[in-house]
Design a protein around this ligand. Sequence first.
Ligand code: ATP
Length: 269
Amino acid sequence: MKNSVANARPLPQISLKDVGGLGDEMKEEILQTLTTLKEPERAIKLGIKPPKGILLYGPPGTGKTLLAQAIAHELNASFFTASGSAFNEMFIGVGASRVRSLFKTARKQSPAVIFIDEVDALAAKRKAHGGEEAEKTLTELLVQLDGGHSNDGILFIAATNRKDLLDEAFLRPGRIDFSFHVPLPDTKGRREIIAIHAKGKSFASDVLPQLDELAESTSGFSGAELQSLFETASRRAVRNGQDMIKKQDLDYALDRTILGSTSRSLKDL
Ligand code: ATP
């Protein structure tokens, strides 16, 4: 039976510069947190405990995974990633043993970031989630979070779209020390994300001045949707044998993306 749910990935080549729309306040808080993790002894002398766990919460596609990768990169840490649902097992003790083995492997390769996406599948309120096995798995996660020291080189990052579902015991300081809300980007944020995804691509000269306009007309778009918009435009340009992205390609991609999100929200009705 397979016990490991995550493998160490090569250090993500994603830096904080690759994450757009975080806002000045959040960027500042993240930088401060990173400093305490990079210099734990100094932080502890000044009475600050480096965090053991961080929660990133917000709508899908807003860059939570990207941000976790950037944090690992800034810390020069190995990156272990798994989905919360990978711990759900009906067989006795398997979920808990997967949690144990993940932390054990990461500790051997510290400094390390353990990133659990969709953590609500693993750390839902005890009353709400699926029975005794799920409860044991969550208890093991709490044990592992409690077992580490704040300067043992392991940073736990969890992400969710549903913070409201999480167990209070999991969210306690000492386990999760900071919760960062990663919202849908505002116009300025979308402009930053557009700049990130436009970088390195060739555009017809009439397109570049329109990128500000694009930020205005994409209200409600997530970073992932903006990324997909540029990908769709690039694909169309390649298909048409062009060596640059034209306005028509972006217009086409915008229609496709809007259509995609409308049919998604209609399905939700
Ligand atoms: P989910 O909640 O669905 O897991 P997420 O919040 O973790 O989503 P990511 O997986 O980080 O979102 O985003 C997917 C892709 O969308 C990224 O790899 C990146 O290309 C793009 N993207 C999303 N948000 C941003 C952002 N803030 N800045 C730049 N690119 C972004």
